[in-house]
Design a protein around this ligand. Structure first.
Ligand code: UD1
Ligand code: CA
Length: 460
């Protein structure tokens, strides 16, 4: 059994009023279109996915899927409607035949692989030519209505502008997702242009097939959320809320405590260990992995990072492309920029920024520091206000701070520079030369104290 999938994504999405194609808009950290593509990948037997692209969406969609070997692109020359889009998609198969073709719209991101699998199973077991995935909608006006014969068999699909008053009352609507058998595809050529919109509607394949005596059927679903189609910003938010809820419920079921379901945004690519506690207003994005027993305090955003177990991330902290080892504490108001690697039980405190640097186990940078391009060993104490001067305006240089070093507060380390094992740097120093192990380096001006200077100056 050979199956291919065609994902229709050539439209611009006028109702979004956006310069960005609708299906490229961000939904919980990922473009909308990546969701249906992922869902069709989960269907057994799908060996090819064709993404139908158009003038407006071409560059961005090609960029999103450039490293995906399963996705190929078909170009729809003119946006002549969903039936024309499918024809463009099939046109790029170079005559390769598939027993079944799954078609999905690219703007319905909540669709699950299991649902598509169920649809194709129904299609095959029913011996259908066309199977439509339908759902019951409380607010059906932005979807096509399913028209059934008195005996319940499917007669056709009518779009809202073309529907009669009576038909508009129907609440079973088209999801824009279908399965076609090979022999149904030639019917695409029989679809007539819709006079009102000047487009060829894929929905019309249902009535054409029924008129030709082919088996058409609909699989009716009851969970409306899974089929939300995004045509406007309001529907984008509706989809976001539904997806957020689905993901948040999943993590609660897996043993994660959420303190506020509404303001916790977790991308579908994130994973979280048991007994982790997440406070309100937390955003977890990308390929972030969080271990067991962590606490993530409010207003934290973590992107593409690995957080091992028992880590505490305190309020208002941003962590990007970084790794934090177990038992460490980061924040409040810390910024881990790409390439920060924080050791076991290390501490990164208030207003500390770390970039492309390693901090060893038990090392502390508790206050107001910038650490960039540095390798910091274990058990190091970095005093308040320490700065690695890693950039001379042209090049970046490395700072090495070996195990057990003590850097006094308000010191600057002018890279390239190495502070050897166990050495001390006196507070307020500007270190421009390497400091040997166990040495004390101090570069501040010696203090002068003039007794009774104030009296002498002001009390004449
Ligand atoms: C479509 C269905 C409607 C269904 C709804 C489900 C038709 C005529 N109507 O309506 O019955 O209830 O989806 O969400 O099919 N596209 C192209 N090329 C085109 C036109 C559209 O690739 O020429 C793509 C769009 O990018 C989009 C998808 O097809 O991803 C659906 O198009 P859209 O304009 O959103 O259709 P709806 O009006 O939502
Ligand atoms: Ca749509």
């Amino acid at each position: 059994m050979k199956t291919c999938a065609v994902v229709l994504a050539a439209g611009l999405g006028k109702r979004m009023k956006s310069a960005t194609p609708k299906v490229v808009h961000n939904l919980l950290g990922r473009p909308v279109v990546t969701y249906p593509v992922e869902a069709v990948k989960a269907v057994t037997g799908v060996s090819k996915i064709v993404l139908v692209i158009g003038r407006h969406s071409e560059d961005k969609l090609k960029a999103i899927f450039k490293d995906d070997p399963v996705v190929s692109f078909a170009y729809q020359e003119n946006l002549l409607g969903t039936a024309d889009a499918l024809k463009s998609g099939l046109g790029c198969l170079n005559g390769e035949q598939f027993d079944y073709t799954v078609v999905t719209t690219a703007d319905a991101p909540l669709i699950r692989g299991e649902t598509l699998q169920g649809l194709i199973d129904t299609h095959i077991s029913g011996g259908n030519a066309v199977t439509v995935l339908s759902f019951v909608s409380k607010n059906p006006s932005s979807y096509g209505r399913l028209i059934r014969n008195p005996d319940g068999t499917l007669k056709g699909i009518v779009e809202n502008p073309d529907a009669t008053e009576e038909e508009r009352k129907i609440n079973e609507v088209n999801s824009g997702i279908y399965v076609f058998s090979q022999h149904a595809l030639p019917l695409l050529d029989m679809i007539q242009v819709n006079a009102k919109k000047g487009e060829f509607y894929l929905t019309d394949i249902v009535s054409v097939a029924a008129e030709h005596g082919l088996r058409v059927d609909a699989q009716k679903m009851l969970d409306e959320d899974e089929f939300i189609g995004i045509n406007s910003r309001a529907e984008l938010l509706q989809a976001l809320n539904a997806l957020k809820r689905r993901i948040n419920r999943h993590w609660m079921d897996e043993g994660v405590t959420l303190m506020d379901e509404n303001t916790t945004l977790i991308s579908s690519s994130v994973s979280i260990g048991r007994d982790t506690i997440i406070y309100p207003n937390v955003i977890l994005e990308g390929k972030t992995i969080i271990g067991e027993g962590c606490v993530i305090y409010p207003n934290v955003r973590i992107v593409d990072s690995i957080i091992e177990r028992d880590v505490v991330v305190k309020d208002s902290t941003l962590i990007e492309d970084s790794k934090i080892d177990s038992g460490a504490a980061v924040g409040p108001f810390a910024h881990l920029r790409p390439g920060a690697v924080i050791g076991k039980k290390a501490k990164v405190g208030n207003f500390v920024e770390i970039k492309k640097s390693t901090l060893g186990n038990n090392t502390k940078a508790s206050h107001l520091s910038y650490i960039g391009d540095a390798a910091v060993g274990d058990n190091v104490n970095i005093g308040a206000g320490t700065i690695t001067c890693n950039y001379d305006g042209v090049n970046k240089f490395k700072t090495v701070i070996e195990d057990g070093v003590f850097i006094g507060s308000d010191s600057q380390l002018v890279a390239p520079v190495t502070v050897g094992k166990g050495a001390f740097v006196g507070a307020g120093s500007t270190i421009t030369h390497d400091v040997p192990a166990d040495a004390l380096a101090i570069s501040r001006v010696r203090q002068r104290t003039i007794i009774d200077w104030v009296k002498a100056k002001f009390k004449k």
